[in-house]
Design a protein around this ligand. Structure first.
Ligand code: NDP
Length: 515
């Protein structure tokens, strides 16, 4: 998921220094300790560790010590102690810290973006958009913080009641690898705005920029201990979720892990927000502006190497225009430049890991066995230059002759694989679009306003795009229906998920007691 403004109109700021991966890999962001507790970078105690690999080149960057129970205890204790004072700051004061952090992010956008590329292999300009979008998000919650308030209710006989919106306490945040900085920002900003403190665990694959966010918060005036980072694998996440001093868990990742986290939280009745996977429908009617629909389909399938939870990978095209749509689609996809993610004109960077590439390739083979035809792409590409030989670069894949019952059409692949299907009527396509265990997003391209509204009303998903796709302007809530999750991020509504309401009743007269 991402805040895509216009890809083409945003002014691109070029980095002035040498940005070879070799230089980046020796930077402070990579070699310094990667846990962040009480406002300082510290090493986890281990003793086990995991490797950090740069997806673009496949080169090992370093070993990272796994945070064990004691590391997590220390981080949670730091967050708990800081909570006592941070929760007493006024919302306005907390907002000022967040707004300063947003400005600092903008001033460091290239540092952050290049580090994000090192971690993820995504194209540099995409990383820059992600980072700038996060600055907006943090500023947005900074603006809301001062207005977080309760309600007043006048009652009879001079009595009255009011509500106080209070923070939850210490929040455990767990992120996936596709938008690492964004996950840390989208979770920490509303949490901090409400007066909570946080311990965040990034994905083991992308540990770097969540710590940079810690440095930035610190510089912005956030008291040490309010935002902490622990590095580790799934087990570290599990210990964090089950920790008795964690009051809420906010998670982004797969459905199976989300389900395990919910079960772990159930034991202590912890609050949970889950941003999970999807298999979203993308529908093109014959009256649509075809060029825009093709652009939308590419945004819905191939940005970030197809590793986007909200991707509209079930592409339903009205039968009468299917051939024309496919021809235009291939013509445009053929122009995508695959390779060196540090180049400004690259549009497809590296797949995150060999494991993820294997999952994607397996699905393409499953699709073929089920009767789908690869009409374009799906194979690995070796970009020019020996540097990138160790990375995995995949040509976007378009599957045709698909049916709704195929696994490639039903299951989330999380890679650049589009399944093309056709339909004859609106009624039919709405029923087929809803035939999914997921409900994260959906899109429709049509010029018929009434049809668009009917579609919006009928689709069982958390976000619907009419004549666009995968745009996430700050302030617009994001989250899923069905198995795609619980809760909302990126909008004012998220404040509900990081706060609780205390109701206060004031008696204006004598106590009436029938006993
Ligand atoms: P995973 O569910 O595998 O992992 C997500 C995070 O959970 C990682 O930090 C992981 O740690 C951690 N984790 C793993 N096991 C546990 C556990 N038992 N308890 C606590 N934490 C655990 O997802 P991926 O990282 O592979 O991300 C891809 C998935 O994320 C896709 O399904 C995608 O749709 C979804 N996603 C959803 C988004 C949304 O907003 N709805 C946005 C982006 C992605 P580690 O990796 O270090 O082992």
């Amino acid at each position: 998921m991402k805040h895509m403004r216009s890809f083409l109109t945003f002014p691109v700021r070029h980095y002035s220094k040498d940005v070879s991966e070799q230089t980046l890999s020796k930077s402070h962001q990579v070699i310094s300790p990667l846990n962040f507790v009480l406002g300082k970078r510290i090493d986890a105690q281990g003793p086990s560790s995991f490797q950090l690999i740069a997806p673009a080149t496949g080169k090992k960057l370093r070993n990272i010590a796994t945070s064990n129970e004691q590391d997590i205890n220390e981080a949670v204790l730091a967050a708990r102690n800081s909570y006592r004072s941070w929760s007493k700051w006024t919302g306005f004061e907390r907002g000022k810290v967040l707004k300063t952090a947003a400005d600092l992010i903008r001033s460091k956008v290239d540092d952050l973006a290049y580090t994000e590329v090192l971690d993820t292999g995504k194209p540099i300009w995409e990383a820059r958009y992600d980072i700038l979008g996060c600055a907006d998000t943090i500023e947005f919650y900074g603006g809301l913080a001062g207005g977080i308030k309760g309600d007043f209710m006048q009652l009879s006989g001079g009595s009255f009641a009011y509500t106080i919106r209070e923070p939850l306490g210490v929040v455990g945040g767990i992120g996936a690898w596709n938008f690492p900085f964004q996950m840390a920002a989208w979770k920490s900003a509303p949490a901090l705005a409400c007066g909570n403190t946080m311990v965040f665990k990034p994905s083991q694959v992308t540990p770097l920029t969540a710590v940079m966010l810690g440095d930035i918060y610190q510089q912005a005036g956030l008291p040490g201990g309010c935002y902490n980072v622990v590095q580790g694998e799934g087990e570290t996440g599990q210990i964090l979720c089950s920790h008795p001093n964690i009051d809420k868990v906010t998670f982004t990742g797969s459905v199976p892990t989300g389900s395990r986290i919910m079960a772990a939280c159930a034991k202590d009745i912890k609050h949970v927000t889950l941003e999970l996977g999807g298999k979203s429908p993308f529908v093109v009617f014959s009256d649509a502006d075809l060029d825009n629909a093709v652009k939308g389909a590419i945004l819905a399938n191939f940005s970030n190497q197809g590793q986007v939870c909200s991707n509209g990978t079930r592409v339903y095209v009205e039968e009468s225009i299917a051939e024309k749509f496919l021809a235009k689609l291939i013509e445009r996809v053929e122009n995508m430049k695959i390779g060196d993610p540090y180049q400004e004109d690259t549009t497809i960077g590296a797949t995150i890991s060999p494991q993820q590439a294997a999952i994607v390739e397996d699905y393409i083979n499953i699709g073929k066995k089920e009767g789908a035809t690869v009409v374009y792409g799906g194979e690995r590409v070796t970009p020019p230059g020996s540097n990138f030989a160790g990375g995995i670069y995949m040509r976007p894949c378009i599957l045709v002759n698909c049916t709704d019952s195929m696994r490639v059409v039903k299951e989330e692949i999380f890679g650049p694989v589009m399944s093309l299907l056709t339909f004859k009527s609106e009624e039919e396509v709405i029923a087929r679009a809803n035939e999914s265990e997921f409900g994260l997003a959906g899109g429709v391209f049509t010029r018929d306003l009434q049809r668009a509204h009917r579609f919006v009303a009928a689709l069982e998903v958390g976000s619907i795009y009419v004549n666009n796709y995968n745009v996430y302007p700050v302030g617009v809530p994001f989250g899923g229906y069905k198995k795609s999750g619980i809760g909302r991020e990126n909008g004012e509504d998220s404040l509900d998920y990081y706060s609780q309401i205390k109701s206060v009743y004031f008696e204006g007269g004598d106590v009436e007691c029938p006993y």
